[in-house]
Design a protein around this ligand. Structure first.
Ligand SMILES: [Mg+2]
Length: 258
């Protein structure tokens, strides 16, 4: 009975690489392009913990209550995003914290703002853990002599820090951030630069692995890549023009191909 149950579970797991687009015949790619945030690791918990750590710091220093902090932080974030559009710096916590001070009518204290940013990312990294199977998948890919790349939105400094934190600093053949091209995904500039770095063309056979339909899946489709969407409870399979070719919940499901 136990044996049967074990087999059943295994069968369930390996079926999780779900084919959505049946016109695709999966082949060994020349390159696998990965998104970073919420694809290699879960973004939500570290982000919440980091916001909370900054809140505690500000609360103590300036006697601002929790509600006012979150309300103002959300407003600051919205303003910076509206001001900068879809660019790397539109995600900058440093800019959000500076704007938070300005909205509150406080004298802008540059030292404190930099400290808030440092507290944010330090707490974030402390709570960021790679998803299971990713290291093993990257090792499998290397053995098959397939190139790997990271294409990610946000500034290069913190995205590099994240990969170093995960000890993945040598794991990818190319690395491109939206800061390098002045525009977030799915802007074609970011993918064009990646292809140039890897000496590939749009005709190359590529896979794109990401969580976000509006950036990774569309961006991948635009360069003709086979698209894989990482799905979970809070990130459902996308439909219509955002429809991926495959979905998966665990990197070990992709390993099944190799
Ligand atoms: Mg992502």
């Amino acid at each position: 009975m136990l044996f049967a149950l074990k087999n059943l579970n295994y069968g369930y797991l390996i079926k999780m690489l779900k084919q959505i687009n049946f016109s695709i015949n999966l082949k060994k790619p020349e390159v696998i392009i990965f998104d970073a945030d919420n694809t290699l690791y879960s973004y939500e918990l570290p982000n919440l913990k980091a916001e909370n750590a900054v809140k505690l710091f500000v609360e103590k220093k300036f006697r601002i209550d929790s509600n006012l902090f979150y309300l103002t932080y959300r407003k600051a974030k919205k303003e910076i995003k509206a001001q900068l559009g879809k660019t790397a710096s539109s995600h900058s916590r440093l800019l959000y914290f500076q704007r938070l001070f300005e909205i509150l009518g406080f004298k802008v204290n540059l030292k404190i703002i930099l400290e808030m940013e440092e507290i944010f990312w330090r707490t974030y990294l402390k709570n960021a853990f790679l998803y299971p199977g990713i290291r093993e998948l990257l090792a499998d890919i290397k053995k098959r002599e397939i190139s790997t790349a990271i294409v990610t939105d946000l500034t290069s400094n913190i995205q590099m820090r994240k990969l170093i934190h995960f000890n993945l600093q040598d794991a990818f053949d190319a690395f491109v951030t939206s800061e390098e091209v002045g525009a977030d995904k799915p802007n074609p500039k970011i993918f064009k630069l990646l292809l140039k770095k890897l000496d590939l063309t749009k005709k190359s056979y590529m896979w794109m692995v990401g969580d976000n339909p509006k950036t990774d899946i569309i961006g991948g489709k635009n360069i003709g890549a086979v698209t894989f969407q990482r799905i979970e409870e809070n990130n459902k399979e996308s439909k219509g023009k955002y429809r991926p070719d495959f979905t998966f919940t665990d990197f070990n499901d992709i390993r099944g191909f190799f």
